[in-house]
Ligand binder design. Structure first.
Ligand SMILES: Nc1nc2c(ncn2[C@@H]2O[C@H](COP(=O)(O)OP(=O)(O)OP(=O)(O)O)[C@@H](O)[C@H]2O)c(=O)[nH]1
Ligand SMILES: [Mg+2]
Length: 470
């Protein structure tokens, strides 16, 4: 289990702290990093204003407490009517629940130099003095002797919140600051109008690959972790051009990749219309130990993999596989790669998946193939964006997420394209369409960069041949 506050956790906490405000969470103290010691806790966390304390236990449950007042070492209770305890996950599943204070704020927290974070009298006393790690976890020496004295546990007990023990993989304290929407957008904003929607839709529909390359359609490859939203992106684009919500590609949640077959999808302009000049290539998701492998990626990029090829981890693709495209042309190759990343969990992407993405990037760089990131599920990154997609470029949470992804992927911010895919909607929405079309138009610009390079290469080679002939 990741012992780090995810975006989904932050969203729950922010809603509980104040539904109308956004918050910035800064890690102050983490026992697996800083040691489990009350003096360290106080030196890092006293007088820091509002904080949230999170415990991750060995049963994959995540719980903790929020206080709007500063921690102190005075050996005294502090009053805080805004304090609450909470559960975020129970046995690895999302089970958020807020446990409000029931005493008008009296005895909300207890600050003592020898105590770690302690809430109520004492509904949750995490630890005292120093606790050493035992194997993989910290057997905290606190207690919950005052369970329900200060906080209203809504019928929940020590077992149903904390599995009846205080064995934790980690305990973290974050400072919580209120954040307003940005004054200036993190990247140029657009005019969210039906005219813009029509303009970009037309541009995309009229897109033609560079002449002189004998290329009718370009290919954009979608790769990324299982469940990131690759198939949903194709469905979103397809829906926009179909004129209604469509679910042509199978999308949903499964333990392993739902997409097991390589699909080189066409998008048609309107009902039974003619195919547009780009194809979206949907792949099997990346996983820590299975899924699309490096070898297959090389074949995909070079255009050896046939449409409807069934990925099979037990039988890797080889030149002898039926349908293997032996002599791919430029038209068979990939002209732009899109890394599809789930914005709401990107901060906890497993290291192994990240390593695989990095090694794929090397293959793409060797071939000069442009790369962009499609940041999906932005409705889960920021509640304000979920309410109104037009706030996407003004959301501090979006900016933070985009900056993190740009750094990790080694790409400029302008290569990170946020989208909200259609997932449960029944009607198209103008602003959702605009954001998706903007991303597609950017991808086609990147495709053009690649094609210009190819054209230059071809022309240079021709010129060389002419020189040799002369
Ligand atoms: N809220 C929200 N959910 C999304 C978004 N995009 C995709 N989803 C949901 O995420 C889940 C996974 O989406 P898929 O499109 O199947 O993901 P995939 O990358 O194709 O996954 P695999 O084929 O299994 O590798 C589905 O339940 C989608 O409805 C989004 O932008 N917002
Ligand atoms: Mg899929």
């Amino acid at each position: 289990m990741a012992t780090e506050l995810t975006q989904i956790h932050k969203n729950h906490l922010s809603r509980w702290i104040s539904s109308s405000k956004k918050h910035k969470y800064t890690l102050l103290y983490k026992i697996s990093r800083d040691g489990c010691c009350s003096t360290t806790f106080h030196s890092f966390c006293d007088n820091k204003g509002p904080t949230v304390t999170i415990l991750y236990n060995t049963n994959n449950s995540v719980y903790g407490g929020y206080t709007a007042v500063s921690w102190n070492s005075n050996g005294a209770y502090a009053i805080d009517a805004k304090a609450f305890l909470f559960r975020l996950e129970y046995n690895g599943s999302n089970q958020p629940m807020k446990f409000p204070i029931k005493t008008n704020g009296t005895n909300a927290i207890y600050g003592h130099a020898s105590y770690g974070p302690t809430f109520g009298g004492h509904d949750l006393h995490s630890f005292a003095n120093t606790v050493n790690k035992s194997g993989t976890y910290f057997p905290l020496n606190g207690n919950v002797n005052g369970w329900g004295v200060t906080y209203d546990f809504q019928g929940q007990n020590y077992n149903s919140v904390m599995n009846g023990n205080l064995q934790v993989l980690d305990l973290e304290v974050y400072s919580v600051e209120e954040q307003e929407l940005l004054q200036k957008p993190w990247i140029q904003d657009v005019e969210w109008s039906s005219k813009l929607e029509e303009d970009i839709k037309d541009k995309v529909a009229m897109y033609k690959p560079l002449p002189g390359l004998d290329l009718k359609q370009v290919r954009i490859l979608l790769v990324g972790q299982v469940g990131a939203g690759k198939s949903s992106y194709f469905n979103t684009i397809n829906s926009i051009f179909r004129g209604h919500i469509s679910g042509q590609a199978n999308a949903g949640s499964a333990e392993h990749s739902l997409t097991t077959t390589y699909r080189v999808y066409q998008v048609r302009d309107g009902y039974a219309g003619k195919p547009l000049n780009f194809r979206l290539c949907d792949t099997r998701g990346l996983e820590e130990d299975q899924g699309l492998d490096d070898h297959e990626v090389g074949y995909l990029l070079d255009g050896h993999v046939p449409d409807r090829y069934k990925f099979n981890p037990a039988v890797p693709l080889t030149p002898d596989t039926i349908g293997f495209v032996k002599n791919p042309k430029l038209a068979d190759r990939i002209h732009c790669v899109v890394f599809v990343l789930d914005g709401s969990t990107v901060d906890v992407t497993p290291d192994k998946v990240m390593e695989r993405i990095k090694s794929m990037q090397m293959r793409m760089n060797q071939r000069g193939i442009p790369q962009v990131v499609l940041l999906t599920k932005i409705d889960r990154i920021c509640a304000e964006v979920s309410d109104d997609i037009r706030r996407v470029f003004f959301s501090p949470a979006m900016k933070e997420c985009v900056d993190r992804v740009a750094t990790v992927m080694g790409l400029p911010r302008s290569h990170i394209l946020p989208v909200k895919n259609y997932e449960s909607e029944v009607e198209l929405d103008q602003n959702t369409n605009i954001l998706s079309l903007l991303s597609l138009r950017r991808m086609l610009h990147f495709v053009d960069d690649f094609l210009y390079n190819k054209l230059d290469e071809m022309e240079d080679a021709k010129a060389q041949q002419n020189v040799i002939k002369e």
